[in-house]
Design a protein around this ligand. Structure first.
Ligand SMILES: [Zn+2]
Length: 159
């Protein structure tokens, strides 16, 4: 193994960190656990979209899993962009349980840098025949520190 091998490995590690660092903001718990910071709670996006689309939130399936939002046509799973991969599995499971078409709604708090994750899901949706859309705070009119949901983390941060 020559230097070229190590340079390639370091370049890959560095690029990976670079891509993620530009897409997400991180926080650290007191025990040093790294997590992705968000403007609003996932549930706030879910409330806003689901009520605008006349859906039922937290619809319980026969196997006790819960659909984030069940509309007349879709079983919808909401996730932040960093959870793009798991969102597909969950949405497809909800489709299987409800008989309604799977839909992933990806929350892009930083649409410019996170669109790459939406495009990954979009590409797979064409192959595996499910629906996908993205939402942003702007699309749902969720202003920072000013959304309508008292339990949202944007409210708790300023207290
Ligand atoms: Zn909020």
């Amino acid at each position: 193994m020559g230097n070229k091998f190590f340079i390639t490995i370091f370049a890959l590690i560095f690029m990976n960190e670079y891509v993620f660092a530009s897409s997400f903001e991180y926080g650290y718990t007191s025990s040093g656990f790294k997590y992705v910071k968000h403007q609003h709670s996932e549930s706030s996006y879910q409330h806003a979209w689901c009520s605008a689309n006349n859906g039922i939130e937290e619809f319980e399936n026969a196997d006790y899993t819960r659909v984030d939002c069940l509309t007349s046509t879709h079983a919808v799973e909401f996730d932040f962009a960093n959870k793009w991969a798991e969102s597909i599995g969950q949405a497809l499971h909800y489709q299987f349980m409800t008989g309604k078409k799977a839909k992933v709604i990806l929350i892009l708090e930083n649409p410019k840098s996170q669109m790459v994750y939406y495009n990954r899901v979009k590409n797979l949706s064409k192959i595996y025949n499910f629906d996908v859309e993205y939402i942003t705070p702007k699309i749902l009119n969720l202003k920072n520190n000013m959304c309508y949901y008292p339990d949202c983390k944007c409210k708790l941060q300023n207290k």
